[in-house]
Structures are given as structure tokens and as C-alpha cells.
Design a protein around this ligand. Sequence first.
Ligand code: ADP
Length: 488
Amino acid sequence: MEKLKVLFATSEAVPFAKTGGLADVAGSLPAALAELGVDVRVIMPKYRSVKVSGSETTVGRNVHPVRITKDSASKMDISNRVKVWFVENADYYDRKELYGDKFGDYADNLDRFSFFSRQVLERCIKENFKPDIIHCNDWHTALVPVYLNTVYKYDPFFAKTRTLFTIHNIAYQGLFAKEEFPKMGLDWALFHIHYFEFYGKVNLMKAGIVYADAVSTVSPSYAKEIVTPEFGCGLEGVLQTRASNLYGILNGIDYGIWDPATDTGISRNYSAESPDDKYINKEALQKELGLKVDSDIPMIGMISRLADQKGMDLLAKIIGDILNKKIQLVILGTGDRRYHVLLEKMARAHPKNASMNLKFNMVPAQKIYAGADMFLIPSKYEPCGLSQMICFKYGTVPIVRRTGGLKDSVHEFDTKTKKGSGFTFAEYKPEAFFSAIKKALSAYQGKDQWRVLVKNVMALDFSWEVSAKEYVRLYSKIERLPAGTPTP
Ligand code: ADP
């Protein structure tokens, strides 16, 4: 039987460019698909951060971002390698950042990503790669299904090709002024409420949802949430029209990257067989950050975009109370200016037990995952969330709000049965968040039960194996939309 051919189109992928979880997914799901026998390619823009010569390379599992040195990406010896195609355009992509700078989003983002989406299809033709599925991700690639059903509608090259559009975060929709519509080279008739038009603006994600043969998102709970006004960010109506083709598949993580047994960024490797070695990492981190070296003091970690989505407004309300407890709080993050200001202020007020690291950097992230005892994820909404899965592998107990993928992956620890994997709260209120933290701190006092909890979480398996199989099943059942294009 011929292999299923999949092209994975993404605006970012580890180890080449990363601003968030999409890059982790794009850097690991394709390799897991390849292991299942899928003939998969990845395509992404060639940003300045891509240190590869030419417009193609291969990557595989066990590609640890910190092990990538300039020019080494193409020389690594890794099995199940996946071909990565880069779309080159120095004017568009050879920039310091991916989507914008301190002044905001780049003004030509619609040019940059409509060009990219056209190139996704052109590259298939150039390479004579006829995909069964083009797997598109977020608004940056939402135009691929649109072009396929308009410009390339009668092109026999794509006669068999179907599209899956995966929503990693519905809040980022790719909104542009109406005046920019002509940049995409499409008929003005598509600036219509059934296609691109969204409160007078051009909405790429909306068009992607309408035109893709199937739509998915990154957890079963988020798939249910986004069809409601509370979570749909205005797209709940259009998603309801796609309900029969809307799926939720939980992300996995790549244990080739996230594994304390092999992680070269931490002080001492450890595993479920040697969980106590985790505390060597904790003490090393305390020392490095200038905190009191004492493994009995509970260390609370947080690695996050500093944005309201991530529950920063909740944290802001209780951070003083948290820091008044006998704990150490270590935060790594970048994002909204006001949260930078707040965290810097907190670090100055609590030098003994607060360490605020306001940057985006892999190595400190690994050290915090390894060193912290517990970890905060109080998200307002969370499509999937990867941090809780990374925490599990590192024996770090997550304290999360029960929403989206967090609800699907973290289960309340029961001090009686000793079952469960974290501490949770439902209401988006500071008091609820604080009481979940207090539950965790109280459980930490019972050393034996904490040991059981750490053992529980380290035994969990959130590798890609299961989810990659679900994607293969989904790819196989996607049918082309009946008329090729949806009708108003
Ligand atoms: P997001 O909504 O930001 O994509 P996810 O939980 O899906 O959230 O993924 C976030 C990823 O980014 C995780 O791998 C996390 O460790 C990483 N991350 C977030 N902030 C930072 C930072 N400041 N430095 C390093 N890694 C970070």
C-alpha cells in the first residue's frame, strides 16, 4: 500500500524558530507520524533564526534545541528523519522576530503569510509531492485551504489533496483591515460574512475554518469549548457549522527533548528510578538564583507568556500573598509590559524568595522544570498546554485551572487514595487559585505522600505515540468538502 503523504505547514517549528507551543508540536508530531509510516514533510518560512544553508534540511526526534549549533542542524545523525522545506524570501522573513517587534505586529504580515501559503502549494508542485493531506496550523497557514479551493481548484495536481486546519489558539485569528484584502489575490466576493468578513475586517482563521475539509484543535475539551461564546472569540458560530468535522486531539510532547534522564541543560540527570536526584537540581538552581539553598523549602515555578490568557491577572492579585509564605517563587517569562513591571517590583520587594527571569530562554526553562517542586498554570483558557506535560516528566506537580487541555491532562490529587497528578481549581478567581496553591503546599508537608505524588506524575505518558495514531486515523477519514468550496 502506498504511504499516506502529509505536508505539515507551520509558521514555526523547533529547532528552527519558536514563540510558543505550536513550535513544539511542529517539531515533534511530524517525526512521530514518520515513525508510524507516514511520508511527511514540514514546510515553514526561512526566518533569520534558521541556521541552515539552502531551502531544505532534515530533522528527527531527539533534536534538542540547546544541542543545535550553527550549521549543525543538517549534520545530526537521527533516525526517522523528516524533510523540512523552507520558504525563502529575505525581505519577508530575514528579520529578528517572527511576527512583530516592540512596535507591534509587522505591518506586512498579510503579505508575508499569504505569500507563504501560496508557496506551500507551489512547492508541492515543484517537488512533485502530491499530498493526501495538507495539515495547516493556525491563521498563518489558513489561506492554504482557501487557495486550494479557488486558485488551484481545477488543478489536477491537487485532485486527491484534502486539508486539515488545526487551531492551536483561537484568540489569534489573523485580523487585517478590509483595505488589505486585495493583497491575497482573491475575488472581492469572498469578502463576505460566510468567508473572510468579520466585523468589517479580514479574518484569516475564519476562512481557514470555512474552507478546510476538516478542522481540529489540540484537546478534546477545547474542541467543546470553542463552539461556545465564552471561548469561541466570535468564531463559535462558524465553528458550529463545522461541528460534524471538528475534532480535538491532545498534543503530546517529545521525550527526546523533554526528559530529565538525558537533558543536558540540568545539573544532574534523574528519572522515575532516581527521583531524589531531582533535589540536586533544586539546590543547584537555588544557588544559581541566589535563593536560600534548602531543599525543604517548597519551590514554585512558572514558565509562561506573561499574558492575561495565562492567568497573569490572577497571579498579580495574589503574588504578594504567595510570597509571604515560606516558599520560593521562580518565574521565567516574557510578554505584556505591565507584568514585567509588576514582577520586577515583586523581585525587589522579596529578594529572598522571588526570582524573576524576564526573558525567553530554553536552558533556564529546563532548570526550572527540573528544580521546582510545583508549577503554576492558572490559565483563563488553555487550548492544550505543554508545560503540565513537561512538568510531569520532571516530577514537578502542576497547579492548574481546569480548562481546555489542562482539564484533559491534570487530575486532582486525592490525599486519601493517593491518586491524581496535580492540584486544580475551576472558578477563574484569585481566591480559588490561592486555595489550590495552599492545597499543594499542605500536601508537600507530608513528605511520603508528596513522594507518591511525584511518582504518580513521573509515571504518566504524554508522548506523541497515542496522539500521532489519532492524527493518522483522522487523516484517513477526511473527505473533500462536497462542492470543493462551501456555499454561502
Ligand atoms: P503557549 O500558549 O505559549 O503556546 P504552551 O504551554 O502550549 O503555551 O507552550 C509553551 C512552551 O513555551 C513550553 O514549551 C514552555 O516551556 C515554553 N516557554 C514559555 N515561555 C518561555 C520562556 N520565557 N522561556 C523559555 N521557554 C518558554
